[in-house]
Design a protein around this ligand. Structure first.
Ligand code: ZN
Length: 190
């Protein structure tokens, strides 16, 4: 039997830990921290945005709002310059919630698309690694993040890179536009 949320809460709420942050090179902050209070589990899963494709941005947005589109896939960038060199997000054009919900044909194509987008982001240059992840709970429409870690910054090489994105100052607009143009050009020639 899996542990219920109530059982997890009862076991964990007074036993939260502080990891050895001083030993974590990628941890972006200095100073003491303490864990927040762990909130009790909700009565039900809170709904994600765009459930079932209703009021779903990724379904409703016109192609013009995307960086690149094809018959079955669309790629968006962040709306504002990120701190990292490039962040783009891959969506299937049709509303699916989970990777396991994709048809086998689309799932196979997703593998090809992940490779194409990763190569396109890496082609910008001065990229140490492109982190590829399906992460978070905000919006239901399936989407994959491609997060570029700048070259020769090993301090940014873990999942904490997404916090570093908010710690680094935003990219100058011109560099951001050039980087996105390089991604788009690479996708068009792929
Ligand atoms: Zn959708």
């Amino acid at each position: 039997m899996p542990e219920t949320p109530e059982e997890l809460f009862a076991r964990a709420k007074d036993a939260l830990r502080i990891p050895p942050l001083e030993e974590w090179e990628p941890w972006p902050f200095e100073g003491d921290v303490r864990p927040k209070t762990l909130f009790a589990p909700t009565a039900a899963e809170p709904p994600r945005e765009g459930v079932g494709g209703v009021d779903c941005w990724a379904c409703d947005a016109p192609d013009a709002e995307f960086l690149w589109t094809s018959e079955r896939w669309r790629i968006a960038s962040t709306r504002e310059p990120p701190g990292l060199p490039v962040i783009v997000v891959l969506f299937p054009r049709t509303h699916y919630a989970e990777p396991g919900d994709l048809t086998e044909k689309l799932a196979a194509e997703l593998g090809v698309m992940i490779g194409r987008v990763e190569r396109a982001v890496r082609s910008v240059g001065e990229i140490g690694r492109v982190h590829v992840c399906r992460l978070g709970d905000g919006s239901e429409h399936l989407h994959w993040w491609f997060i570029a870690r700048p070259a020769r910054f090993p301090q940014l090489r873990t999942n904490l890179v997404s916090i570093w994105d908010d710690v680094l100052p935003p990219l100058p607009e011109e560099i951001w536009r050039e980087n996105l143009a390089a991604v788009t050009a690479a996708l068009r020639s792929a």
